[in-house]
Design a protein around this ligand. Structure first.
Ligand code: CUA
Length: 351
């Protein structure tokens, strides 16, 4: 009967159950409190009603014990809810160590996805079941919101800033994807489907239609825009080497250090003068307007792949841990000799 009118979406991700437990506890508690208050109003209205036109109510002396009780008990209940919900929040925000990274670009009015292996999709997202998937999301225009009710995943997608969201689907099927932030005329049509597939089906699906991985496409852009002419792995290069920098702190000309993450790389591409690596001149031109958000993400995937080539896991990125290592001097050549091939090759092919 309720198939076309679902009251509550099915729970199809690893975090859904604890969110539901909390949600139903809140609903139950609210219903209980509403009932108690309504019942008290009715009982008191009858019990303490005015019985004659000249009746004067007796003087009531406040009862400290009662007052303290009705302050302390709700306080403890609310603090309990706060601790419980914060616990859940931190638990679901903590990224699993190994995730499959999918790029998400939202725009009026569609969702664009790119898999690590390079496949792109619009308004459809295919993911394997029982595998943590991390979405690296950005908007090309206004604020959107990535909402998959069955996963209990609901995250704003902002312009100029990467947002991360992960989920692990627990059951194959097709689930609705909504934009749940009003974003203009066709907001209500900014919908899609998430296809959760068995691992083998996903592999089969992946076998079709990619022109190189996201990192490969980034490498092509790296050559096309001649990034490699400055960002070479030599001490005399005009720009800092990008090999092995991802996830590590870098020392800036201001003396500050900054963590090399997606946000920092994006800023350095679009607004290169914002943060100059120490020892280098502010000579890089801005690529604002020349690159789409998808292309920026591909370049980031390429730079990340320079970092992970040695452990042979280009598609699976553990979150960089905050390393207390001292910031590297940009003049020091990177010790990873085996990693120099990519930019050098890139230079050879350039032209
Ligand atoms: Cu995008 Cu609403």
């Amino acid at each position: 009967m309720f198939e076309d009118f679902p009251i509550h979406p099915e729970a199809v991700s690893t975090v859904a159950r604890q969110i539901d437990t909390f949600y139903f506890f809140m609903v139950g508690l609210s219903a209980l409190m509403a009932f108690l208050i309504a019942a008290t109003i009715v009982v008191f209205a009858i019990k303490y009603r005015r019985r004659s036109a000249t009746e004067i109510p007796p003087v009531v002396i406040e009862n400290k014990l009662v007052e303290i009780t009705w302050i302390v008990i709700p306080f403890l209940i609310f603090m309990g809810l706060f601790v419980w919900s914060a616990w859940i929040y931190f638990d679901i925000q903590r990224m699993p160590a190994e995730t499959m990274d999918i790029h998400v670009v939202a725009k009026q009015w569609m969702w664009k996805f790119q898999h690590p292996t390079g496949q792109t999709e619009i308004n459809d997202l295919h993911v394997p079941v029982n595998q943590p998937v991390r979405l690296i999301m950005i908007s090309q225009d206004v604020i959107h919101n990535f909402f998959v009710p069955e996963f209990r995943v609901h995250t704003d997608v902002l312009p100029n800033r990467y947002r991360y969201q992960w989920f692990e689907a627990t059951k194959p099927g097709v689930y609705n994807l909504f934009c749940s932030e009003y974003c203009g005329t066709d907001h209500s049509r900014m919908i899609g489907k998430v296809y959760v597939m068995e691992e083998s089906d996903y592999e089969t699906w992946l076998a079709g239609g990619a022109t190189g991985s996201a990192a490969d496409q980034g490498e092509q852009l790296f050559q096309k825009f001649a990034c490699n002419t400055c960002h070479a792995d030599s001490a005399s290069a005009r720009g800092p080497s990008l090999t092995g920098v991802f996830g590590d702190p870098v020392l800036l000309s201001t003396g500050e250090t900054v963590m090399v993450d997606e946000q920092y790389i994006r800023e350095s591409i679009l607004n290169p003068r914002a943060k100059i690596v120490q020892g280098y001149d502010a000579i890089m031109p801005s690529f604002q307007g020349q690159l789409s958000e998808e292309q920026v993400l591909q370049l980031i995937a390429y730079i990340k792949s320079l970092d992970t080539q040695q452990d042979q896991t280009p598609a699976v990125q553990p979150r960089p841990s905050q390393q207390p290592a001292p910031p590297q001097s940009p003049d020091a050549t990177q010790p990873a000799a085996g990693q120099q091939s990519a930019p050098t090759e890139a230079q050879a092919n350039n032209g």
